[in-house]
Structure formats: structure tokens, C-alpha cells
Design a protein around this ligand. Structure first.
Ligand SMILES: [Zn+2]
Length: 420
């Protein structure tokens, strides 16, 4: 069969004849005597499009080089010898040309920065492209490679693909040795590759669809580097339209944030850092204020326990542990005082079991400054609330979903403290 895609990566329509068809459930795989569809291989995803107006959603190549196109419907509809017109989704093909050619330029740029940074594998399946490199390029090496790759793009060099015999390969300084034998397809990128492909800036064995001119892939933008398994470095990047789309989205997000903060995009890092510092100081001040308020409340409460809360269950008749016992539900508006107040009461030698309803849950904090193990009280309360929690003997906390059972839960906690 004839691989039209190997000779012209911009060919989007072609005429061919059916050679064979195989059934595959409610789909069929169709083989033609010629095809411009690129089959998934070499890290580049397959094309989509149509054959005789029927959508092609997958294209695969077999070991014998035969390309099969997946279409919906019965295999019997594809009669050997019948003519078909093929059409390829040009938008998807264009993205794949940009992605794959940009990957060649960036991989070459990395080995020019340091021969150790050889590309071990690539992923071209989404807009965020990756190359997995040997070695550990640092930020400076990444920036140098990114610069070189963009320079190669903006120099607008021609790109050519051609086949050579395996025996001729020694004339061509390939970035990486080919994985196939016999006739080998090479892709060359450089100032004069149309006249002297062996002198290419970038030369690799590759069956992919590539741009005609390196300028088509610009810009090449590195987004991330990370160490991955196998002692490799994964570099994530974008090229061409997809790099531009990323810039648009990022700029829109940054501009919106800058407008909210009444500053310029360039001043965002300093502004955000200052805001983070302010927020930290404000949180600290708020915690201190809550602590003071909790201390005042604790002082008042230990004088007049019956006046606080709406479910006070203190029982002056019952035998007490050392120090006062405060078992109470806080108003929802005082929810932020739950822990500070329990701690303030414990700091004054009291034993406290406090509850509040917040966010659809009943929260309980138990604390003691009298040497009482509060965990049985917490456990009893949480059993009623249907919740979970834990802690140390002198302080424990938890929460449960049964917000209507707070009064019962506190009674259970109260009983547990009295050993009932
Ligand atoms: Zn390639």
C-alpha cells in the first residue's frame, strides 16, 4: 500500500480503493491500497476524518506496514476494489505537525546544551507535550534549551523527510539511532536541509508528520520540569497555537487577579506575598483576640455557669471531679470560640465539654485542667451524635452529623464524667 502521509504531511484528501475489511463488533476495520491517514506510532496519535463520508475514529498500523481505519457499521459495506474518498481532520493534523516538529527541535536543543540530556521518550497526545530526558537539567539548562529551540523556529528553516537505506546511515549524524531496519525515513531540520540534509541542525529517524518550515511551531514554551522514575527529568512544554492558547488563558487569569488587587500583572508576586503576610498577621491577631474573649468568658462562666449557653447541664448536686465542671452548647455565632473557651476553662482548673453546630455537624471539644480523663465523655457524646474523634486524656475533640441530638450528647458526656 502507499503511505501518502509519508510524502506529504499537508495532504488532507485522497482517493483510494478498498483492499479488505474486518468486522469488530459494531465497527469495521478497513484497509486501502493507499492512505493519507497517519496511524498511531512513534508517540504521535492517529488522525481522524472520514472514508466515503463515514467517520474514521482510529487508525492503526500492523507489523507488515498495513494501515487499518476503524469505521462504524458492518464490514460487508466495504467491498474490495470499490473506490473511496478519504478526508482527514486538518485541524487535528495541524496540531500534531506542530507538536511533533517542536518536540524534535526541543530534543535537539537539549543535547546541544548538554549531550547527556538525551530524549528517552515523548508524549504528544495532548496540548501539554512532554519529553523525558536523561540527566538532570537545571533551570538554566532548561532556559538555554528553550532559547535554542525558539531560535531554530524563528530562523524559519526548511524541514524535509526522505528515505535512505540502512547501509547509508553512517553518512547521517542522527540524534538517536533508528528502531527500524531496511529503508529508514529521516526528518531533517536546518538552514540548508533541502540541499544538504546530512548537515542538518536536527536529524532523526522518524515516521511522523512534520511541518514544512520550523517557523510553524513557534513559540516553544516550557511550562514545567519534574524528576520522574528511572532518574529522568520530564519537561512539559507547548508549541504553536497551543502555546498561544496557554498564554491567553494564563494572561486572562493573571489580569483578573491583578484587577481584583488593583495592581499590574508584573507586580502580582510582590502584592500576593504582602497579602499573605497581612493574612498571617491578621490570623494571629484574631486568635489572640479570641483567646482574650475566651478568657473573659471563662472567668464569667466559672462564676455563674448557669448563665452561659442554652443547654447548660452543670449539676451542682452531683459529685464533681476537682474543679468546676462546665458542659454547654455554644450559640452557632460563637463557634470560633469552641476550642479557645474549652482551653481557657481547662487553664483555670475546670473540666469542660463544649459543643456547637457548625457546617451541618455538631462539634465537641472536651478539656480538663483538673486531671480528669475527658475521653470517655467525648466518646459518650460522639456515640449520641453518630460521629468520630479522639485525643489525649486532657484534651479531645470530634464531630458528628446528628445536629439535633446535641443536648442528649452533652447529657451523656456529663453522665460519663460522673461515672454514672
Ligand atoms: Zn519524531
Amino acid at each position: 500500500m502507499s503511505r501518502l502521509d509519508q510524502h506529504d504531511a499537508y495532504l488532507l484528501e485522497f482517493d483510494a480503493h478498498v483492499v479488505a475489511a474486518r468486522a469488530d463488533g459494531d465497527h469495521a476495520w478497513v484497509r486501502l491500497d493507499a492512505s493519507a491517514f497517519y496511524p498511531t506510532s512513534g508517540g504521535q496519535p492517529h488522525d481522524v476524518g472520514s472514508l466515503a463520508g463515514v467517520a474514521v475514529d482510529d487508525v492503526r498500523i500492523e507489523d507488515d506496514g498495513a494501515v487499518w481505519h476503524r469505521v462504524a457499521g458492518a464490514a460487508a459495506a466495504w467491498v474490495a476494489g470499490h473506490p473511496v474518498h478519504g478526508a482527514i481532520d486538518g485541524e487535528r493534523r495541524a496540531r500534531h505537525r506542530q507538536r511533533h516538529s517542536a518536540q524534535h527541535l526541543l530534543s535537539q536543543a537539549f543535547v546541544r546544551v548538554d549531550p547527556a540530556f538525551a530524549t528517552r521518550s515523548v508524549a504528544l497526545t495532548g496540548a501539554d507535550l512532554t519529553v523525558d530526558l536523561a540527566g538532570a537539567p537545571d533551570d538554566d539548562a532548561i532556559a538555554a534549551a528553550e532559547w535554542l529551540a525558539n531560535e531554530a523556529a524563528y530562523d524559519a528553516w526548511p524541514v524535509v523527510a526522505f528515505e535512505v537505506d540502512e547501509a547509508e546511515l553512517e553518512r547521517f549524524p542522527l540524534r538517536r539511532p533508528p528502531k527500524v531496519h531496511g529503508r529508514i525515513r529521516l526528518v531533517a531540520m536546518g538552514a540548508a536541509v533541502d540541499r544538504d540534509p546530512a548537515g542538518a541542525w536536527e536529524l532523526s529517524a522518524c515516521g511522523g508528520t512534520h511541518v514544512r518550515c520550523t517557523a510553524e511551531v513557534a513559540p516553544i514554551v516550557v511550562l514545567k520540569r519534574e524528576r520522574i522514575r528511572g532518574d529522568l527529568t520530564r519537561v512539559t512544554f507547548r508549541a504553536g497555537w497551543e502555546a498561544w492558547a496557554h498564554h491567553r488563558a494564563t494572561h486572562a487569569a493573571a489580569s483578573a487577579a491583578a484587577a481584583t488587587l488593583s495592581t499590574a500583572v508584573a507586580d502580582l508576586p510582590a502584592k500576593v506575598a504582602a497579602l499573605a503576610d497581612e493574612a498571617t498577621a491578621a490570623r494571629r491577631a484574631l486568635a489572640e483576640a479570641r483567646g482574650r474573649l475566651a478568657a473573659d468568658l471563662a472567668d464569667g462562666l466559672l462564676g455563674e455557669p448557669a448563665e452561659f449557653g442554652r443547654a447548660d447541664a452543670s449539676d451542682p448536686e452531683a459529685p464533681r471531679p476537682d474543679g468546676a465542671l462546665v458542659v454547654a452548647e455554644l450559640e452557632p455565632g460563637d463557634a470560633d470560640l469552641l476550642a479557645p473557651l474549652a482551653d481557657a476553662l481547662a487553664a483555670r482548673g475546670a473540666t469542660a465539654v463544649l459543643a456547637v453546630v457548625r457546617g451541618g455537624k455538631a462539634e465537641v471539644v472536651a478539656a480538663s485542667g483538673a486531671g480528669v480523663d475527658v475521653r470517655p465523655a467525648l466518646k459518650a457524646a460522639l456515640a449520641v451524635l453518630g460521629g468520630r474523634g479522639g485525643g489525649k486524656p486532657e484534651r479531645a475533640q470530634g464531630a458528628g452529623p446528628d445536629v439535633d441530638a446535641v443536648a442528649d450528647a452533652l447529657s451523656a458526656a456529663h453522665d460519663a464524667l460522673h461515672g454514672d
